[in-house]
Design a protein around this ligand. Sequence first.
Ligand code: NAP
Length: 253
Amino acid sequence: MRDALGSVQSVLVLGGNSEIALAIVDRLVASRCKKVVLGVRSPASATTTLNRLRSAGVDADTIDFDALDPASHTKVIDAAAERMGDIDMVILAFGILDGHAEIDTDPVFAARVVQTNFGGAVSAGLASAVQLRKQGHGTILSITSVAGVRSRAENMIYASSKAGMDSFSQALGDALIGTGARCVVVRPGFVHTHMTEGMKPAPFATTPDKIADTVINGLQKNKEIIWAPSIMMPMFLTLRHLPRFLWRRVSAT
Ligand SMILES: NC(=O)c1ccc[n+]([C@@H]2O[C@H](COP(=O)([O-])OP(=O)(O)OC[C@H]3O[C@@H](n4cnc5c(N)ncnc54)[C@H](OP(=O)(O)O)[C@@H]3O)[C@@H](O)[C@H]2O)c1
């Protein structure tokens, strides 16, 4: 339950090892968040994070979560609510990005990317919305990507999965108006995390900590869409409208 200052006190991270999400959690914990549940595929993978959070006085736990198992998502949210009481924030932070050549020539793997990034966001987002509506408050923080603003030939599967997630999240936010709950879209540019290890950094590449600062700032300002870093907004709103022949050239460099 949010306190009198409206601060987040409990958070559920779906994709609980995400470096971006954990940087956001660190800031929430430094404020007034006292309960954290990490939704992960393997509890052992989150042991270090759990120990770190617990030694900071946080009531932290893991819960089994697989984005590729939509039938389980309502149970995951219910179990998290039982564990924490009201859930003030759900962060949709899971995702796969892989070698683009590999994705684009492997239809089965490409389908898995879409099922994880988009399908998982839809089922987990809807299950979260049921709980937040019932509570009458709470935020779904949906981490999409600037990649989804305009897909490139080189990242067509990841980018289109993120475009789907972004479009769904905006509409979910609209559907939640008047319920007390909300869905906020975060659109990061290139961030140095496990996901992008070994990749050539894109312009304005940044760190999870800087993204998290921008997210917290955006939340405090009640933004519905948070571009991180904020330079991504003018950049991608321009790029989105380039004629296709120009976009092909620009995006290939
Ligand atoms: N890094 C970037 O440049 C960037 C830019 C824009 C948007 N994003 C988005 O930001 C979000 C967080 O990414 P990150 O950079 O923090 O990367 P990350 O540290 O690699 O985190 C991604 C997380 O997704 C989880 N995951 C993958 N498949 C899953 C599944 N089937 N079920 C449950 N969890 C699953 C991974 O779990 P395991 O630990 O079990 O592998 C991992 O914890 C992602 O949605 C990503 O698309 C990232």
